[in-house]
Design a protein around this ligand. Structure first.
Ligand code: THU
Length: 123
């Protein structure tokens, strides 16, 4: 699957976002190495800091189905991932990251650690 296709799927996944506070709808789609795709969207809370980003929703769904770091080929997102999600993408060893830039172009990073210079890992 191309980056453009994954980001298009993420744009569709963003339609399920629960974002009544920010009204900023984010979707993320994982492509697993076994070919499965897993979607996520942001889920906000009236207690604002408890909201969850789309990327972490998708990874949490995958983890709860037994997916482990190293099983994820790629992720498509309809927006640039925040710093916290970059740490998750690094933890989960996502091999390719695609997202839609504000100017409409597709950003392409491989692997996810490229989005996080001097990555932190538990010593
Ligand atoms: N958001 C994501 O879902 N992913 C990101 O990487 C950036 C931010 C969400 C969180 C919140 O629901 C909304 O965007 C506004 O910050």
């Amino acid at each position: 699957m191309t980056g453009e296709e994954l980001v298009t799927l993420a744009e569709r996944a963003a339609e399920n976002a629960y974002a009544p506070y920010s009204n900023y709808h984010v979707g993320a789609v994982l492509l697993l190495k076994d070919g499965r795709t897993i979607e996520g969207c942001n889920v906000e809370s009236a207690a604002y800091p408890l909201g969850v980003c789309a990327e972490r929703t998708a990874i949490s769904k995958a983890a709860s189905e037994g997916v482990r770091p190293g099983d994820i080929d790629a992720i498509g997102i309809n927006a640039s991932p925040c710093g916290g999600c970059r740490q998750w993408l690094h933890e989960w060893q996502v091999e390719r990251v695609y997202f839609r830039r504000a100017d409409g172009s597709i950003a392409d990073y491989a692997p996810a650690s490229k989005l996080l210079p001097d990555t932190w890992d538990l010593p």
